[in-house]
Ligand binder design. Structure first.
Ligand code: THU
Length: 129
């Protein structure tokens, strides 16, 4: 993926901004639009736990609010032994805009895994309503 290094650096920077006093599990994300812009996100928790927003959706909402609707790649960074994949809710939220999105998961040690969103979310909800 082009711009991978820049996306990794952006996601790591976002990771540092995570607000996660309850889980102490910071996540950083960087979303690349199809026209080459990067939007970052981190998880934002709340004392009312169910209000927590994941890093991936923070980045997605920020991009959509800026008028972007097509995305080519996302990098997700965690401080875990193995890179972590986005949760099911985030997969569905991203699928809405870009089913073929490349997703690179990485940990702080530099290990990486590469997926396509449609591979991580087979049989996604896509009813015609
Ligand atoms: N989290 C994310 O930011 N992305 C995911 O895909 C899964 C989980 C956050 C939510 C919560 O703040 C913390 O990680 C622990 O679940």
């Amino acid at each position: 993926m082009e711009m991978l290094e820049e996306l990794l650096a952006s996601a790591r920077k976002a990771w540092e901004q995570a607000y996660c006093p309850y889980s102490r599990f910071p996540v950083g994300a960087a979303l690349l639009t199809s026209d080459g812009e990067i939007f970052i996100g981190c998880n934002v928790e709340n004392l009312s736990f169910g209000l927590t927003v994941c890093a991936e959706r923070t980045a997605l909402c920020s991009a959509v609010a800026a008028g972007k609707r097509q995305f080519s790649g996302m990098v997700v960074v965690t401080d875990t032994q193995e890179p972590e994949t986005p949760c099911g809710a985030c997969r569905q939220a991203l699928y809405e805009f870009s089913p073929n999105l490349w997703i690179v998961t990485a940990n702080l040690q530099g290990q990486q895994r590469v997926y396509r969103l449609c591979e991580l979310l087979p049989a996604a909800f896509q009813a015609k309503i």
